[in-house]
Design a protein around this ligand. Structure first.
Ligand code: ZN
Length: 218
């Protein structure tokens, strides 16, 4: 993603999308980009949906406990009202905002802001998860991250639900989902993969933390 970094005009906005399955390192990558903007003394605002209360109500916290202060919002249009004079706007867990987030991001970018959006691109059935497909279409830059399949160790593109539920999103971490590849994934909830020391599951967890480039790390 270094190609993004060279585009530093303060007058032209754009949209960056960071997508992938759970445990693919999306939030870590979002935090990395926002930190670098802060180091450059750019005004950064970070938003996340109020529904995502897994860890903390005010911080964007990744699974490896990287932390940035963020503002929880109930709906996407609030982001326009609250972003003010920020030149860089980060949005985490974008899949919770619904389709109105697309127009919000377009407007922010048209106003000259760099908009960085992270979210799940597929739901637990492996179907495209709006608004991410539309955001990917209108974004200038798209980074797709991968976890590692806990069953076979190949690049994982899916979030396998391992609890039975009809909800489209079960907010949670390792207890509700695990990363799986195309071959090992099923739209139906599955029992978790067997866990053993040095297992693919442990490797997937640590690889998700390390991964920052969007290339499969096998
Ligand atoms: Zn697999």
């Amino acid at each position: 993603m270094d190609s993004v970094v060279v585009h530093t005009s303060t007058h032209v906005g754009w949209i960056e999308v960071i997508c992938g399955s759970m445990f693919s390192g999306k939030t870590e990558e979002l935090i990395r980009r926002l930190r670098r903007a802060r180091i450059a003394r750019q005004r950064v605002e970070i938003f996340k949906p109020a529904v995502d209360s897994r860890f903390s109500t005010e911080d964007v916290v990744s699974h490896d406990e990287n932390v940035l202060r963020s503002t929880p919002v109930e709906s996407a249009p609030q982001i326009i009202l609250l972003s003010g004079s920020a030149t860089v706007v980060g949005i985490d867990e974008a899949q919770f905002f619904g389709t109105e987030l697309v127009n919000v991001c377009q407007r922010l970018a048209s106003d000259g802001k760099r908009v960085i959006v992270a979210g799940l691109d597929q739901d637990y059935r492996g179907l495209p998860f709006e608004p991410m497909p539309d955001l990917m279409a209108v974004a200038e830059f798209v980074t797709k991250l991968h976890a590692i399949c806990v069953v076979c160790g190949n690049p994982a593109n899916h979030s396998q639900r391992i609890l039975s539920s009809d909800e489209r999103v079960v907010v949670g971490g390792g207890e509700a989902y695990e990363p799986r590849c195309r071959r090992c994934f099923s739209p139906e909830p599955q029992p978790p993969a067997p866990q053993s020391p040095g297992s693919a599951r442990e490797q997937a967890a640590s690889a998700a933390v390390r991964e920052t480039t969007g290339h499969p790390t096998t």
